[in-house]
Design a protein around this ligand. Structure first.
Ligand SMILES: CC(C)=CCC/C(C)=C/CC/C(C)=C/COP(=O)(O)OP(=O)(O)O
Length: 464
């Protein structure tokens, strides 16, 4: 019985996929299902004729039943309803196989998708991407290269995902002992270690390659070194010495440098403002976390600073000290031409607010005050980065390539003099205008003018 009904449902699927719009209509409403489970799954199948067709196409490579289905479907137009139903009844094993297969595929996608998401600590990685993207914008001139920004963010996401996955591969035993982490894919047994290692290597290599290809070697090198620092230095250090928090802070501070390097190919002094903010910001953030979860960290075998500080006093003082280190950053950002003066004001107010939460924790070391400091730190970073972006001054170093009265401009003006009013002057002017928005290497343009038939040479910095 169920064979016929399954075939009927498959027929409805084919009809709804539009293959039988001009064919005689079959009425299967009188057909009943003997099992509710089969009934619901077959109904689902019938409702998605297109999906079924697609699955059958895939299946046809391995299953000799598929040509039979195609013949039966063709017979639709010529057979009576009873004949067609009987014919399609013989196809039930194929359709149930396909339905099972598509269910398995979608379950596997959901399962591994979730595992990869958790293994990559996707939300943390997205925060890392936000800092790297901010670095990219700060390092840009007045025009922002959106394609470059997208590639930098994608590359950073992949390398950060890889670093986080390796961190979990190395900490399975510890994570299994901590309440906060025992449900992660590896300790919970949802994913095998080789699978996680292959995932980590693939995204790590892909991300670094993308950065090297679409940004530059400096950005790719920073990403790869940061991965090594996080996975192979910070991660084992967590079980060895409390200094791990400071090493971890360096890891968190590098992504904005990576972004800056990706947009401008160099790292001037003012590029360290956001990394410095991230470095100092992480100390109270992780101190608060380690204080709140100290029993969990003890169970996991991690040597956090707060574990050797039963009263919490040193933990609180270290947090306050690092909040205070954030104070001059707004002024420096203004002084070094990174932002307008408004940012200096906003950053100072924000830092005072964070320092007050740390001061309250120093005065009274309770979980409530530690939590307040933790949530305060969560607020600090997005506000600080938004302020930087809102009040940023375009990076002059990025634009000096086109604005300095050297190499290119001299050559361009010479070209204009030589060409006089000839029609090609317009082209060169156009090219010059283009450089004002795209800030391309001068030699690439200079070479075009006298020897347009020669290949454009690689850019060599005048300083090198
Ligand atoms: C480009 C690139 C490679 C970026 C990497 C950025 C990155 C992974 C930053 C994380 C910094 C950090 C110290 C996290 C805490 O890890 P944890 O091990 O203490 O966290 P857990 O206890 O939750 O595992």
């Amino acid at each position: 019985m169920w064979r016929v009904t399954a075939a009927a449902a498959a027929t409805r699927g084919l009809v709804s996929a539009g293959r039988a719009s001009t064919k005689p209509t079959l009425d299967f409403s009188s057909v009943s299902f003997s099992s509710p489970r089969i009934s619901s799954s077959v109904d689902g199948l019938a409702g998605s004729g297109a999906a079924l067709l697609f699955a059958l196409r895939l299946h046809s490579a391995v299953d000799p039943l598929t040509p039979r289905l195609e013949r039966a479907s063709a017979a639709f137009s010529t057979s009576s309803p009873a004949e067609a139903a009987a014919m399609l009844g013989s196809l039930a094993p194929a359709s149930s196989f396909v339905s099972q297969m598509s269910r398995n595929v979608s379950e596997a996608i959901r399962h591994y998708g979730r595992c990869y998401w958790e293994l990559s600590k996707a939300r943390l990685s997205m925060l890392v991407v936000a800092t790297s993207g901010t670095g990219f914008v700060l390092g840009s001139g007045s025009a922002i290269d959106i394609a470059g920004l997208s590639c930098t963010c994608a590359g950073t996401m992949m390398v950060a995902a890889s670093a986080n996955s390796l961190n979990q591969v190395f900490e399975i035993q510890n994570d299994a002992k901590m309440k906060r982490t025992r449900q992660r894919p590896l300790p919970s047994g949802r994913l095998s270690v080789p699978h996680a290692a292959i995932w980590a290597s693939t995204v790590g290599i892909a991300g670094t390659t993308l950065l090297a290809w679409k940004a530059n070697y400096l950005a790719a090198g920073l990403a790869a070194s940061n991965l090594v620092l996080y996975a192979f230095v910070y991660t084992p250090l967590k079980q060895i010495h409390p200094v791990n928090t400071w090493v971890g802070a360096v890891v968190g501070a590098i992504p904005p440098l990576l972004g800056w390097a990706a947009s401008s190919g160099e790292l001037p002094l003012k590029s360290v403002i956001l990394p410095a903010a991230l470095y100092f910001w992480q100390i109270p953030h992780f101190m608060a976390l380690a204080y709140l979860c100290r029993n969990d960290y003890i169970a996991g075998g991690f040597r956090m600073f707060s574990l050797a500080d039963a009263s919490g006093q040193r933990t609180a003082l270290v947090s306050l000290r690092n909040c205070l280190y954030l104070l001059p950053l707004g002024l420096l950002a203004y002084n070094w031409g990174l932002t307008s003066k408004w940012f200096a004001l906003e950053s100072s107010l924000l830092t005072i607010f964070s320092s007050i939460s740390a001061l309250l924790f120093v005065r009274e070391r309770t979980s409530k005050n530690a939590r307040r400091m933790f949530y305060g730190s969560l607020l600090y970073l997005p506000v600080f980065m938004s302020g930087l972006l809102l009040h940023r001054q375009p990076n002059e170093q990025h634009e000096h390539v086109i604005s300095e009265p050297t190499t290119m401009n001299v050559l361009l003006s010479e070209v204009e003099v030589h060409e006089g009013n000839s029609s090609s002057t317009g082209q060169y002017k156009q090219r010059k205008d283009l450089t004002c928005t795209q800030a391309r290497p001068p030699i690439a343009y200079a070479s075009v003018a006298p020897f347009p038939f020669l290949p454009v040479p690689l850019y060599v910095s005048p300083d090198s």
